[in-house]
Structures are given as C-alpha cells and as structure tokens.
Design a protein around this ligand. Structure first.
Ligand code: FAD
Length: 617
C-alpha cells in the first residue's frame, strides 16, 4: 500500500480546490491536490464566465491576495465587461466570458508549476484519523496520504444526483461519477447535512444558430481586468448574441411543467433563487411574455454556445421544442441537454471563521459543499481554507477576514453565523461597508494583509510597494495644497463657492473634477501616471463618506475583538430565552459581533453575554 506525507491535502480540483491548494503552497505548506481526474482541474461546470456584481469583487480580492482565479480568468478572457459602468465604482463589477479550454489549460499549468504543490489523481473515499482528528486521506485504490490538515472541496459531487425530466441517475456533474463513498463517510462525522440543487441549460451548436438575424453585444473597448498585474488582452475577443424567449416558448414550457424534474416533484433540494431555471421564470413571472437569452460562445476554437438564461430540468424532447421556438434558434442542434443536479452540503454554521469544522479538527471545507453557488464564491473560500489549513499544519496563527476589510469576510461571516436556506451567492448589497470595499481598491485593502500572511510572491510585493508609494505621494500633494475655490478651472466646473477652504483632495471629491483640472494649481500633479491619477480620483470620491463608515467599522472591530470562548456555557445565562440559547449553542459565535448577527438576537441578550465575559476575564 502506497503511503505519502504532506502538510496539507486539498481534495477536489474545482474552483475552491485550485485556490485552496495554491494558497496553502504559497503559505509554505507542502501541498497535495488530490482530484478525480487531472483533466477535470479548472472545469467550469456551468457558464463560461467569471465575475459580475459582487462576484467580481471577490475575484479582485483573490487577486489582491495573489490567488490564481483572477490571472487565469484574464488569460482566458474572450470578452470583458465592467457591469454598472455608469454607476459609482463601489457597485461596478468586472466580468469576463472565458474560453473554457484556455481556462482549464491555464489553471492546470498553474497547479503543476508552483513549487511545493503536487497534483495526484484519485478518488478520496475515507480519512485517516488520529483520535477525533483528521490526519490525512485514503484513496479508492487503498493508498493513503497523511497530512497536518485536509481541505474538502468536492463541489456538487457528494451523493450527486442528475435529473433530466423524470430520468435521474447518480453523477457529480455530466460525464463525472458522484462521490458516493465519501458522501457516506461524511455521515460518520455526525455533521448537519442538507440537500441543495442547481441547474444548467442545454449546450447549442453555434454552427446551427442564425447569427445574422440576432443582435450582438461586444465587450468593452477599454477592458477592466481581474488581476492588478494584467496589462493587456491575451487572446482574441468575441461578441455574444442576444435573443429572447417568446409566448410560444412559454406555452411549451407551461404545457410540460409536470415533466420537469423540479415541478414533477423528483427533486427535494432547494435551488438558487437568483439563478432561476426557465421553468421557474415562466411560473414566477407569469405576466412576462419574454426573457432575454445571451448566446455566449464557449471558446475561440469551439462552436459550442452557452444560452445564458434558460437553465432547465425538462426532458430532452421538451428542451428541443422550446429552444427551437426562440428566434435565431429555429434549426439549432443541442449538443448536450440541460440538467439539474442535487447534492449534499454541510450546514456552514458548523464551521469557524477559518472554514475549519469546529467538531472535526484538521478538516476544512470550501466551495459548493458549504452551501454556496458560483465559481468565485468557491475560489474565495478555497483561499481562506487553504491558507488556514497551511497555518494549522505549520503550527502558525490563523488568518481571518472581517466584514470591514473584504467581501471574503462578509461571505465567511454570513455563512458561519446565518447558514443558508438556498445556495448562497454574493451581492454587493450583502456588504455594509461597500463604499470602502470596492473592486478598484481590493489591493489597498488586502495585499498588505496577504504579505503579512506569507501569501504574496515577490513580483506582486514589489509592484504593490511601488503603486502605494505613487499613491501616497499623489495623495500628499493633493492634501497639502489648500484652496478656497470659486470657479475652479478653465472648463468652467464650479465647486465649493461657499468660501470654505478645502484641500485639493477634497476638491477632487466633487463629481466633475479630475486631476487634470487641478494641474494649474499644483503643477507636480501632471507628473503622476494615468493609473495613479484615476485611482486617486476614486479614493477621493469616497473619502468624505468613509470617515462615517470608518466609525461604524471601528465599533464592529471592537465587538469582533471581544472573543467568546468555544466553551462558553450559554445554558448558564438564565434570563436568555431557550430559543436564543439553542441558536447560540449551535452557531457558537467566535466573538460578540458574530453573536449580534444571529437571527433574533436582542441588545439585552448581548448585554448578558458581555457581562458574563467581563466577569470571567
Ligand atoms: P466543483 O467545481 O464542482 O469541483 C469539485 C471537484 O472535486 C472536482 O474537480 C471533482 O473531480 C472533485 N472531487 C469530487 N469528489 C471527489 C473525491 N471523492 N475525490 C477526489 N476528487 C473529488 N453556479 C452558479 O453560480 N450559477 C449556476 O447557475 C450554476 N449552475 C450549475 C449547474 C450545474 C449542473 C453544476 C454542476 C454546477 C452549477 N454551478 C452554478 C455551480 C458551480 O459549478 C460551482 O459553484 C463551482 O464549480 C463550485 O466549485 P467547487 O470548487 O466547490 O466545486
């Protein structure tokens, strides 16, 4: 029997697994990425796109911490669009269509070229245990790998069940076996498990689409990349087609609803409300007689097209009928039917803020297994779990993220304190501090933290140091020059005609003012490069709002600093309702701030906990 030894083992080569394994290796751990098939590394199970609102923020944060998803998405990008471009930078989200094959190949290269990271093919079926501690994994062929910590990122594979109409069969996603043995093994830990589901549309043969009669949507002329290090486009760019469902499409769907896996009662798992299937849309928005469908090419050398907006679990014959009722798709050939998949997830309230299981030391979870949906959510969790698995294995302090520093912190906190009732996806509205948690300043917020955590390589460290030096110089130039503006510049932009003295940084906060308007007053500003000028404008725009937000964030950080020990006995707080006692006992918040966010928590209950903490300290 083969036996090897690593600091960290990551199970699963999906989006969570890749960023987990890379983060663990960057943090200095000897890491094995164990996955079913080498070729499955970096596979996008559903749409060929990365980013979007909220999700794009996560990818920027992954990049700020020197993660991989951002660079790989830039390398594979065939169409870049900054969503909400006309709105303020706080709610803008970078998004890119990706060439699936390039994404996969680039990710595979990342996983095989980083020192200290080894890829092993195999099915994990069991864990090596040291008492109640996970101390490695066992593969289907009987070989074993010992490790200081294990990260499980098995996506939709745990007891995965694929549904097409009334036909269902075991599978991790189309073309892959489910992880049934590992699913059964997980039962042995007594964790709170549930079932969720998600769906995907049929894939179309682009050669059979009548593109000439359809509108098309090109990418942005000045693409915004995910990585702070990407300097230009890496491959050819393409447009997407746009078409719409119509009354005939909806009628076909309505007439066959009982044959849909979801509406026919074949699925028990809960699906993502924000990513509804076409059946869902037709039922829930019955007054709408048309829905937009984006026809997204899956690659430069691939005719497959992903019709975004019509995911389904209807039988194949119905899929064919409704797809062909759509303009431009009258003669279309379906290459792979749409389907829904149901799978096990672990209630994430069983996790701590490192994404380690509180009751199973040595085992970390990341990605879809924690009840989330989406590549970006998975990769961001992977980074947190991989980093902390490395810290645990190497005997170093954990590194956690706060709602005040990142969307990553928002997501982890939401998951571990509130749990999920449907697949969780990121939105900008989930963040209280979105004016400071912007995609454009992810590096300013997180790269310093990443450097301290040992996550950031030399090239990025040097580039970041240089960028911060330029920003600091520009900011002090602006702050040191005070003016009492009447009519400020030759463009006739009027600001602050109230006789109040302002720094140029405050003047720059006015919507119509750009740095070039201030050059007459402070000529050295002209020496700043365009990137620094643009960033200073964004930073200045939000600076006035930030001081207020900073006070709230400081109060939250203070509550976060009031640590509640894992052993805290809530049953001893007599005035606490039984319901709250049960909730607190289940979530076991790590600090007072987390306790405050538990559903139903009251100020009086928090005061009780605080009083007990003060007494015990
Ligand atoms: P995955 O990408 O699923 O990766 C899991 C990895 O674990 C795989 O590499 C697998 O080989 C490996 N693995 C599993 N079990 C074992 C084992 N026992 N031993 C070794 N390796 C193992 N997201 C959206 O945002 N919107 C959608 O509409 C959407 N629709 C989807 C529809 C379908 C049909 C599917 C399958 C997924 C969909 N997703 C959607 C989800 C998206 O694919 C996931 O969120 C994302 O891939 C999760 O990443 P992950 O790393 O957690 O898991």
């Amino acid at each position: 029997m083969k036996h090897s030894n690593f600091d960290v083992v990551v199970v699963g080569g999906g989006h969570a697994g890749c960023d987990a394994a890379h983060a663990a290796a960057r943090a200095g751990a000897r890491t094995a990425l164990v996955t079913l098939k080498f070729d499955g590394i970096g596979v996008m199970s559903c749409n060929p796109a990365i980013g979007g609102l909220g999700k794009g923020h996560l990818v920027r944060e992954i990049d700020a911490l020197d993660g991989v998803m951002s660079r790989v998405a830039d390398a594979a990008g065939i169409q870049f669009r900054l969503l909400n471009r006309r709105k303020g930078p706080a709610v803008q989200g970078p998004r890119a269509q990706a060439d699936r094959a390039v994404y996969r190949a680039t990710m595979q290269k990342e996983m095989t070229s980083f020192p200290g990271l080894e890829v092993i093919e195999g099915e994990v079926t069991d864990f090596r245990m040291d008492g109640n501690r996970v101390a490695g994994i066992v593969l289907a062929d009987g070989s074993e790998i010992s490790a200081g910590a294990v990260v499980l990122t098995t996506g939709t594979f745990l007891r995965g069940l694929i549904h097409i109409g009334d036909h269902s069969y075991s599978g991790g996603r189309m073309g892959d076996n489910a992880a049934n043995l590992l699913g059964q093994r997980m039962d042995g830990f007594g964790l709170p498990l549930g079932r969720l589901k998600t769906g995907t549309p049929p894939r179309l043969d682009g050669k059979t689409i009548d593109w000439n009669i359809l509108d098309s949507q090109p990418g942005d002329e000045d693409p915004v990349f995910f990585s702070f290090q990407t300097k230009g486009l890496e491959i050819r760019q393409v447009s997407c087609g746009i078409t719409h469902t119509n009354a005939a499409t909806h009628e076909i769907i309505r007439n066959n609803l009982e044959r849909s896996a979801m509406y026919g009662g074949y699925i028990e798992g809960v699906g993502p409300r924000y990513c509804p299937s076409i059946e869902d849309k037709v039922v829930r928005f019955a007054d709408k007689d048309s829905h937009q469908v984006f026809l997204e090419p899956e690659g430069l050398n691939d005719d497959t097209v992903y019709p975004n907006g019509i995911s389904t679990s209807l039988p194949q014959d119905v899929q064919e009928a409704y797809v062909r009722s759509i303009r431009g798709l009258e003669e279309v050939k379906i290459l792979q039917p749409g389907y829904a998949i149901e799978y096990d997830y672990v209630d994430p309230r069983a996790l701590d803020s490192r994404l380690g299981l509180r009751d199973v030391p040595g085992l970390f979870l990341a990605g879809q297994i924690n009840g989330t949906t989406g590549y970006e959510e998975a990769a961001a969790q992977g980074l947190v779990a991989g980093l902390n698995a490395a810290k645990e294995a190497l005997g170093a302090d954990p590194v956690t993220f706060s709602r005040t520093d990142s969307y990553i912190g928002v997501m982890v906190d939401d998951l571990i304190t509130r749990g999920v009732s449907e697949p969780y996806r990121m939105f900008t509205s989930r963040a209280e501090y979105r004016l400071s948690l912007r995609a454009d300043n992810a590096d300013q917020r997180l790269t310093g933290k990443g450097i301290e955590a040992g996550l950031v390589g030399e090239v990025r460290k040097a580039a970041f140091g240089d960028k911060m030096e330029r920003l600091t110089r520009g900011k002090s130039l602006l702050e040191d020059t005070k003016v009492t503006p009447k009519v400020l510049n030759s463009n006739g932009i009027k600001v602050g005609e109230d006789g109040k003295q302002r720094s140029l940084y405050q003047v720059l906060a006015f919507a119509d003012v750009e740095i070039q308007h201030l050059v007459d007053i402070a000529p050295e500003l002209a020496e700043l490069d365009a990137e620094t000028q643009a960033q200073l404008k964004k930073d200045a725009l939000y600076a006035t709002y930030l001081s207020r937000q900073e006070q709230d964030a400081a109060a939250l950080r203070k509550d976060e600093a009031r640590v509640i020990p894992n052993s805290f006995d809530y049953s001893g707080l007599e005035s606490l309702s039984n319901e709250l006692k049960m909730k607190l006992q289940r979530v076991r918040p790590a600090n007072l701030a987390q306790a405050g966010r538990i559903e139903g928590m009251t100020p009086a209950a928090l005061a009780l906990i605080l009083a007990r903490l003060n007494r015990e300290n």
